[in-house]
Design a protein around this ligand. Sequence first.
Ligand SMILES: [Zn+2]
Ligand SMILES: [Zn+2]
Length: 159
Amino acid sequence: MYLDLDRTPVGRSTLPLAGTVALGMGEACAPETTLSGELTLQNLEGRVLASGTLQASGTAECGRCLAEFRLDWEVPVDLMVLRDVHTDETEGDTLLILQRDGEVDLSEALRECAALSFPQAPVCREDCRGLCASCGADLNTAPCDCAAGDSDPRWEGLP
Ligand SMILES: [Zn+2]
Ligand SMILES: [Zn+2]
């Protein structure tokens, strides 16, 4: 995924993007994630701002039942390509890329955005029953024989 500085018109324009990034941090994180969408570019003197929201789609591991499932999430992007490297500028959480001209490889910055916006504890579905803490059975498939009744004694007495 590239931003071509030589072909970006001055002022406002849009940059359609589609590609794959490898998140690869932690088992629960989608290893191969596809990104798509478009960013709004603002080509100002000495810098190009790129912002918007991309759609990410990848494989995640359910925090309850450990099953792999397809997860879609939104990736807010806010980055700036500084063409004048002598400018010393920082703006909040904006990611900075220093490059004067040519094609800017956005992959690493977008990978970072996708990793940052990855949900903390993804679940395959809201009502996933997860695995039995004693026997490990997938309770989505069938109830196991461990617990009489369906309440987990560990949670009783909690507010
Ligand atoms: Zn699950
Ligand atoms: Zn069990």
